[in-house]
Design a protein around this ligand. Structure first.
Ligand code: KG4
Ligand code: ZN
Length: 336
């Protein structure tokens, strides 16, 4: 008999459900919330309400596409932390109710651990030890993994996350939220060497992006005094130059981490790993330094329930279940 798990992800503004059977993803359904665009960022209360509206149809769709009836499920998994507390509550309450009604075990998953394990969906899985650069809207981490459930954060951002650096830069350029994908789009047509933004000198494996944001702000103010249409007229080159700097900050620390640990199995994960500049850079650095590189499929980079299901599969095999009293947490860590 195969083990079938339903996983639910609701940490931020994506409502997602996925069904997995014996480590294989059968479905991964994601409902995006477009309501936040007009506010320039995710509004927590609106996110919770949208999750409440979406959760039943999303779970229903994931089961249908997988061809699995709820009575066949062996466990229910949910994102426990970190995230917006109201959003997490919708997913966790729904998962608990289903686990109780079906009388199957409940599995609590850490969102950042799941982003890393998105690299383990599919046939070509990394070997251990494995280094992962996880870059999302809320986090920027270099994670050392010694097994699927043994992970240690060895570097992280001291201020903004890489995704925030993209989104805040986009906002300064007058682009709508989330600006990361738009910077990526404009950057494809632009010259990355036209404008030079500084690389912060942060010791060790940690990152900082707040200085970059300030330098972009001053640069744009200065240029727009001379030409009020400066941003519009130079959008591609500005975006390419900003992306080039964010990617170089990330990659230089990843090279340092690989040298310090001697690990050459290297992957990226999280929403920002959808960025074409970062994906190309990982490939190029991989060739230069003899790394074996891993990038999750596009749909598994941004928030999705398939990565929650994959993590739940490892937890199921390890017998890591939780009770109905498991509480979601906005900021909990995940190290084992
Ligand atoms: O992992 P994710 O979907 O949600 C969080 O857990 O935060 O990451 C969202 C972040 C946003 O900041 C978004 O702008 C960024 O990922 N992002 C990108 C791209 N696609 C998503 N940033 C740069 N280039 C992209 N193509
Ligand atoms: Zn995420």
């Amino acid at each position: 008999m195969s083990v079938k798990i339903l996983a639910i992800e609701s940490s931020c503004d994506e409502t997602s459900a996925s069904v997995l059977a014996d480590g294989k993803i059968l479905s991964n359904f994601i409902a995006n919330q477009t309501i936040h665009e007009q506010y320039g960022g995710v509004v927590p209360e609106l996110a919770s309400r949208a999750h409440q509206e979406n959760i039943v149809p999303v779970v229903d769709q994931a089961l249908k596409v997988a061809g699995v009836r709820k009575e066949e499920l062996n466990a229910i998994a949910f994102t426990q932390a970190p995230g917006l507390i109201g959003s997490l509550l919708v997913g966790s309450c729904f998962a608990k109710s289903m686990a109780l009604a079906l009388d199957v075990p409940l599995i609590a998953v850490h969102h950042m651990q799941a982003h890393v394990l998105a690299n383990f969906i599919g046939e070509d899985k990394p070997s251990f030890p494995f280094l992962c650069l996880t870059v999302s809207g809320g986090h920027t981490q270099i994670v050392r993994c010694d097994s699927p459930l043994q992970m240690k954060v060895i570097g992280e951002t001291l201020d903004d996350a890489a995704g925030e650096a993209f989104d805040k830069s986009a906002k300064l350029l007058g682009l709508p939220y989330p600006g990361g994908p738009l910077i990526d789009k404009y950057a494809r047509e632009g010259n990355p060497d036209r404008f030079k933004f500084p690389e912060p000198q942060i010791p060790g494996l940690n990152f900082s992006f707040s200085g970059l944001k300030t330098s972009i702000l001053y640069f744009l103010q200065e240029q727009q005094q001379k030409d009020p249409q400066f941003a519009e007229n130079n959008m591609a080159d500005i975006c390419a130059s900003i992306q080039h700097r964010i990617v170089s900050i990330l990659m230089n620390k990843l090279v340092k981490a690989s040298k310090e640990t001697g690990i050459k199995e290297i992957g990226i994960a999280g929403g920002v790993s959808a960025n074409s500049g970062l994906r190309n850079a990982l490939q190029q650095y991989g060739e230069k330094y003899g790394w074996k590189t891993y990038i999750p499929k596009f749909e598994y980079c941004t928030d999705n329930a398939a990565m929650i299901a994959m993590t739940a599969w490892y937890k199921y095999q390890a017998g890591e279940f939780v009770g109905l009293d498991a509480v979601p947490g906005a900021r909990a860590g995940f190290e084992h």
